[in-house]
Write a protein that binds this ligand. Structure first.
Ligand SMILES: NC(=O)NCCC[C@H](N)C(=O)O
Length: 406
């Protein structure tokens, strides 16, 4: 069995990366939560317990669960990795050369677990030694952040995504999430779990300003059989998709990328908030957004390093063609239009398939879960009253590292 390979959306899931949030959620307040892309503040303890149930549910299904803080802690054991990461996350240009050097030196001597917690949970001026004095410290309050927290690490799906034999480490669209990518780049480059294996890095691992070429994993569905379905959303641009598609074709990992146009709204910020693949021939969709008339293109290799683009009259037909299935079934969000809108907002469509026809989803979405049940899809329910306030469900909160083909 290959160590890191994601062959589909629905084949047996074998290994995932999750992030159990703690410190970063403690930093969320009513005055900063919107900027940090959360709709509310959370009960940290309850969110942690809900997350533990999610991990437990996965383990009970035979899925290996790796936690981002553990991986980051172990990555920091490598001196080169630590220097590289510090120079990106705590740069001279962010804090000024003197203060940045002092902070890097101080963090370097802390136990690595503590440093890893600060790298995702953020660091305030009240938490650094009061012997640091300079113009930067003089002009900040104790509760200001030296390192801003990254509470959206909770949504490991987005920052990096494994597609067949490789990974894209994604240039994120929103300022609040851009620094997440560096943590993942360090893990994939230096953590022995990854560094000792061979895999392709498709996109995002260079020191470029990716500018408008942004891409987030919530938009990327590895539907299998050499095809990848990607949403052009609030976060993922056609420019980002072009780069990823070229790289997939160059490395002969995919033969087709199907791109779907989405509205640019927070409620459907990624494709997986409105559409997921749950069984061989079955997708869950929110029909207010994913409709018959949704614009859709198939991209293929033009044979010269570029892309051939074919407009598709109907996205369902394009997917069916890619998978070799005549009759694709769509299960729509449950209830009347009020209930469906409320359940989509609470991630009823954002379920994580653990094997064909078996998904993990929030128990609160009773209307949609009933429809899954009637269609023969088994829902393994998890609580999400707190976690859901970050606007993401089980699919968003998981980054598959190993999954079977279909
Ligand atoms: N794939 C997803 O839809 N992820 C959810 C991300 C939620 C996070 N608060 C964000 O706005 O980026």
């Amino acid at each position: 069995m290959k160590r890191h390979y994601v062959g589909s959306e629905i084949g047996q899931l074998r290994s995932v990366m999750l992030h159990r949030p703690n410190l970063s959620l403690q930093r969320l307040t009513p005055s900063n939560c919107q900027e940090l892309l959360f709709d509310d503040v959370l009960s940290v303890e309850r969110a942690g317990k809900e997350h533990d149930i999610f991990s437990q549910t996965l383990r009970q299904q035979g899925v290996e669960v790796l936690l981002l803080t553990d991986l980051l802690t172990e990555t920091l054991d490598n001196r080169e990795a630590k220097d590289w990461l510090f120079s990106r996350q705590i740069s001279d240009y962010r804090l000024g050369p003197q203060f940045a050097e002092e902070i890097r030196g101080w963090l370097a001597d802390l136990p690595h677990r503590q440093t890893a917690r600060f790298m995702s949970g953020g660091l305030t001026y009240s938490e650094i030694p009061d012997t640091f004095h300079n113009m930067v410290t003089d002009t900040h309050q104790l509760n200001d952040f030296v390192i801003k927290p990254l509470p959206n690490h909770l949504f490991t799906r987005d920052t990096s995504c494994w597609i067949y034999n490789g990974v894209s480490v994604n240039p994120m669209a929103k300022e609040a999430r851009k620094r997440e990518t560096n943590n993942l780049r360090a893990i994939y480059r230096w953590h022995p779990h990854f560094a000792d294996n061979e895999f392709i890095t498709y996109f995002g691992d260079d020191e470029f300003n990716y500018d408008h070429a942004t891409l987030e994993g919530g938009d990327v569905l590895v539907i299998g059989r050499g095809a990848v379905l990607i949403g052009l959303s609030e976060r993922t641009t056609p420019q980002g998709v072009e780069f990823l598609a070229r790289s997939l074709f160059k490395h002969q990992q995919a033969t087709k990328v199907i791109a779907l146009e989405l509205p640019k709204h927070r409620s459907c910020m990624h494709l997986d908030t409105v559409m997921t693949h749950i069984d061989f021939d079955t997708f869950s969709v929110y029909p207010e957004v994913v409709r018959d008339t949704t614009q859709c293109w198939t991209l293929t290799d033009d044979g010269h390093g570029g892309l051939r683009r074919t407009e598709e009259p109907q996205f369902v037909r394009a997917i069916g063609k890619a998978l070799g299935i005549d009759d694709i079934k769509l299960i729509t969000t449950g209830g009347d239009s009020f209930e469906a809108e409320r359940e989509q907002w609470n991630d009823a469509n954002n379920v994580l398939t653990v094997r064909p026809g078996v998904v993990i989803g929030y128990e609160r979405n009773t209307w949609t879960n009933e429809k899954y049940d009637k269609a023969g899809i088994t829902v393994l329910p998890i609580p999400g009253d707190e976690l859901g306030r970050g606007r993401g469900g089980a699919r968003c909160m998981s980054c598959p590292l190993e999954r079977d083909d279909i």
